[in-house]
Design a protein around this ligand. Sequence first.
Ligand code: KG4
Ligand code: ZN
Length: 354
Amino acid sequence: MIVLGIESSCDETAAAVVRNGHDVLSNVISSQMALHAGYGGVIPELAAREHLRNISPVVQEALAAAQLTIADISAIAVTSSPGLIPALLVGNAYAKGLAAAQGIPLIGINHFLAHIYGSFLGQPEILADRSSYPILALVVSGGHTAIVLIEADGSARILGSTLDDAAGEALDKAAKILGLGYPGGPVIDRIAKTGNPQAYAFPRGLTGAGGKAVKPEHRYDFSFSGVKTALLYAVKDKTLDEASLADAVASYQEAVMEVLVSKAMTAASDFATPLICCCGGVACNSRLRVLMTEETARLGRRLLAAPPKFCTDNAAMVAGLGWHYLRKGLVDDLAMGVEARLNRSLGVLPFAIG
Ligand code: KG4
Ligand code: ZN
């Protein structure tokens, strides 16, 4: 079965065609980054207007790249939550219209779960292998930072999440403070390579570092507001030359990535998870990938880090996850709504063994 995926939850208009949940036939992304760069963040109404302009050509391009027509599509999967409401509405209205016109099923997709599924695209054997479970997922994007435990029967729960900013948001805000543009993650990744990560002693929130005890209920939670404020004060009223800027960036990135890795490893150890996956836009970060590789090896676990094109927002992860719901008959109807917030009860994930 071939699923057309549509993604419009934030600032990427994306469409992809995926066969049987894993075989990515096309993956088209139209980014609005340049449009929002001047504002230092995504403006929902502007994003919606751009989605409206781009959605039809992007879907047509995805079908053409897959050398298919809409008549070959078995179902349409569309991100319906969480995300920016005006942006989500465009993709949903388009998907509903297309599904109704074609008389094919519509499947609403949780973007957070789609990011997790992005790690497994093209890896059906890992999902089918009982020894992979329980799986630990570190979800790190511009909107979310969470640790999720996935059991072989598909039950999943969020062990911890951020109490304030998401990791990507912390990077984007730091870039704004330093005048590096939007989005901050990729530019921080690049500049950090030339700096000294030990130059500034930035706080590691909710880790116990610095002698501040962590309450047991926050063992797997994150907080990035402290490191952001520390950066703000460290550079306030200073003119940084290129080398000191690189040092500040490298130290900041190190503080964020170290916390992500240390919390993920604590959870992996506590729950004896043989497989750890890392997904979402921040999972593109080269330092995070190095640290995750080193620390999972040290713990004797397996790391699954998706290729960067399936880490940042894309519709292949949406179409792939959609197929798993479709084969179980879990489809939606035209009354389906959109939601801005993540529902913390993740339901049963359809891609586990079951
Ligand atoms: O998953 P994503 O594309 O969108 C959301 O669902 O939020 O993630 C976007 C986030 C942004 O905050 C961006 O700065 C970050 O991912 N990002 C990176 C890198 N590439 C993108 N962060 C660190 N290093 C990167 N190389
Ligand atoms: Zn995303």
